[in-house]
Write a protein that binds this ligand. Structure first.
Ligand code: PMP
Length: 435
């Protein structure tokens, strides 16, 4: 049965006010709830797996701030570490021991990076990684894949062009065509397309960049053989392979997708989880490649708040917990049990919806396909069903990301009770979506 719509009175009021201050009333577009029903919810607080909005509605949260909150909201270790640092100062613009401590925690538990640089967002990490790849190879072009998101820097706001030519077209106003001309966009899981690119632009390609496991446009799990192909073709052409692990880093495991595929990329980028909920991004590589970054090398990159002590304290607290044995195995087990129970219900009721999952990431795809590995396999018309499901879930106290292209996350703070409540709600919501 359709649940009654939750009250959004206060959220609606705040949203009207916010529209006076911010374009679309938000500080990041997807928050505007354009793809789903109703006004966005203004959140007041979070604790463990739960959120409370301005109208006093309580939700079990599967968006988890778009990934960072693998330990849930208001984790006591992170909170206490942040509070202890607050008393000592917020920012110095000078080196601190905290940066060493977080770097050591990362590097000693992650064999894929030898040296890193802290920045303040995923966008910044990837933008810097691209510059490093260009500086290192002395080449300009980069190859990205349709359906992968790498933040909003100019070189990466590019989508596949319409003709046979693989030059990209900008996906945002304000990105010069000259930038798009340096970015080649091809489909995922298409070996022939990449082979052709390396024929056409042989000595011009600085890097191929891919999300560790693409998770910004559905969850497009690639076969290991394909990622190995990316490794081999980049290596044999003198290009670098960049894994953007802003979502997958410290999510699939402490060593992210690199470990999942057991493949060594040349440059890796991280964000989200690494800051424990504070703004931190990282790019890293071998000591030799990182030696090209200033002040050691000629590739310039800097940041007033880079390595911010409060953010470092949060990251250290978070990653110390994640580094404990068994953490990721538990996460995966919990997520799989959750997914399997819903899958059984889907099968019993013969519903045309799939749940793709990896680690503690899951994605509902309204499709008949058993595998979705490229953006063009996603059925855009099916998003109407997600929209209904999203509304029905909100009305039952379950908070999913406000777009069917977004994945969901299970945190260590989700209890069995949270998950059972959610499963019941999902069953009802799915039946309504298929009415
Ligand atoms: N890369 C990937 C894979 C991401 O998922 C994101 C953010 N969703 C970014 C880069 C950009 O990170 P940020 O939003 O922190 O700038």
């Amino acid at each position: 049965m359709k649940a009654q719509d939750i009250s959004r009175e206060k959220s609606a009021e705040l949203f009207e006010k916010a529209k006076n201050y911010f374009p679309g009333g938000v500080n990041s577009p997807v928050r505007a709830f354009k793809s789903v029903y109703g006004t966005p919810l203004f959140i007041e607080r979070g604790d463990k797996a739960h959120l409370w909005d301005a109208d006093g509605n309580e939700f079990i949260d599967f968006c988890c701030s778009w990934g960072p909150l693998i330990l849930g909201h208001n984790n006591s270790e992170i909170r206490e570490a942040v509070q202890a640092q607050l008393a000592k100062g917020l920012s110095f613009g000078a080196p601190t021991a905290l940066e060493n401590e977080l770097a050591e925690l990362i590097i000693s538990n992650n064999k894929y990076v030898e040296k890193i640089r802290f920045v303040s967002s995923g966008t910044e990490a990837v933008m810097s990684a691209i510059r490093l790849a260009r500086g290192y190879t002395k080449r300009d072009k980069i190859v990205k894949f349709e359906g992968c998101y790498h933040g909003h820097s100019d070189s990466l706001l590019v989508k596949a062009g319409s003709g046979l030519v693989t030059f990209g077209e900008t996906s945002s106003a304000g990105v010069p065509k000259a930038f798009a001309d340096e970015t080649i966009v091809i489909g995922l899981n298409d070996k022939a397309a990449l082979e052709q690119v390396f024929v056409d632009f042989k000595d011009q390609i600085a890097a191929v960049i891919i999300e560790g496991v693409p998770a910004n446009n559905g969850l497009l799990i690639q076969d290991k053989a394909y990622i190995q192909f990316l490794r081999d073709i980049t290596k044999s052409n003198g290009s670098l392979l960049i894994f953007d692990e802003v979502i997958t880093g410290f999510r699939l495991g402490f060593e992210g997708a690199a470990k999942y595929y057991d493949i060594q990329p040349d440059i890796l980028t991280y964000g989200k989880i690494i800051g424990g909920g504070m703004p931190v991004g990282v790019y890293g590589a071998s000591a030799e490649i990182m030696g090209h970054i200033s002040p050691d090398g000629g590739v310039y990159q800097a940041g007033t708040l880079s390595g911010n002590p409060v953010a470092m304290a949060a990251g250290i607290a978070a990653l110390s917990i994640l580094a404990q044995p068994g953490f990721y195995e538990n996460q995966e087990k919990t997520t799989l049990a959750f997914v399997e129970e819903i899958r059984a219900f889907i099968a019993e009721n013969n519903l045309e919806v799939k749940i793709f999952t990896l680690g503690s990431i899951f994605w509902f795809a309204f499709t008949s396909l058993d595998k979705i590995q490229s953006a063009d396999q996603i059925e855009h018309e099916s998003m109407g069903k997600y929209k209904i499901m999203h509304r029905e879930l909100l009305n039952r106290g379950i908070y999913f990301g406000p777009s069917g292209y977004e994945v969901g996350f299970i945190s260590a703070a989700h209890t069995q009770e949270d998950l059972s409540t959610t499963i019941s709600a999902i069953k009802e919501a799915l039946l309504i979506a298929f009415e």
